[in-house]
Design a protein around this ligand. Structure first.
Ligand SMILES: CC(C)(COP(=O)(O)OP(=O)(O)OC[C@H]1O[C@@H](n2cnc3c(N)ncnc32)[C@H](O)[C@@H]1OP(=O)(O)O)[C@@H](O)C(=O)NCCC(=O)NCCS
Length: 164
């Protein structure tokens, strides 16, 4: 299955990951947010059918979010991050590794971006305990003072050369 940026040929009308707010996002809200340059959306597509997707946007965390984990980061300025939002897979395609593939694609894309602008972490806001356990299984660390927010250091993502 290919992963590419969402475009007008992708069919997202029937997308159903089991979460109504996430379905509504991709079916109704995504186009406006794209037009406003608030997100970039990557989709895994089976032909034109959207099977899964995730969003990336700029964000920040503070050292106070987890003084222990983030003690080496700047105390005086926000820590620049990429927010991985709304990773979701249509129920018809769940359980075959697509969520993992999308997550690895997001890590790789963020690593590439970090060659162009300062990004210390990729962060996610897990929507519930189940989503949180999915991210933790891939090494994401929860922030002490924001329990559903998890982060992953960009320095720990292998570069393209290291992956070869
Ligand atoms: C969470 C979600 C993205 C997983 O997608 P998926 O394609 O079914 O997951 P995969 O098949 O790629 O699974 C990869 C691994 O994660 C594990 N996994 C999947 N869902 C998990 C969960 N909720 N908790 C812990 N581990 C999970 C799988 O067992 C698999 O492990 P393995 O490699 O050891 O076999 C999908 O269930 C989904 O879209 N859920 C609804 C939306 C949602 O909760 N999104 C989370 C963002 S807030």
């Amino acid at each position: 299955m290919q992963i590419s940026k969402l475009d007008k040929n992708h069919n997202r009308k029937t997308f159903d990951c089991g979460s109504e707010p996430i379905n509504r996002f991709i079916q109704q809200l995504a186009s406006q947010m794209l037009k406003r340059h608030e997100v970039i959306i990557y989709v895994a597509h089976d032909g034109d059918t959207v099977a899964g997707f995730y969003t990336l946007s700029a964000n920040q965390i503070e050292q106070a979010d987890d003084p222990n984990q983030l003690k080496k980061q700047s105390k005086h300025t926000p820590i620049p991050c990429v927010l991985l939002g709304r990773l979701a897979v249509d129920q018809r395609y769940q359980g075959i590794g697509l969520g993992r593939d999308l997550l690895l694609h997001a890590l790789k894309t963020t690593k590439q971006l970090s060659q162009t602008l300062g990004i210390a972490f990729i962060v996610v806001d897990a929507k519930d305990a189940s989503a949180k356990s999915f991210y933790k299984a891939y090494g994401f660390i929860e922030l002490q003072n924001k329990p559903l927010r998890l982060c992953y250091p960009v320095a720990s993502i292998p570069s393209a050369e290291q992956q070869e």
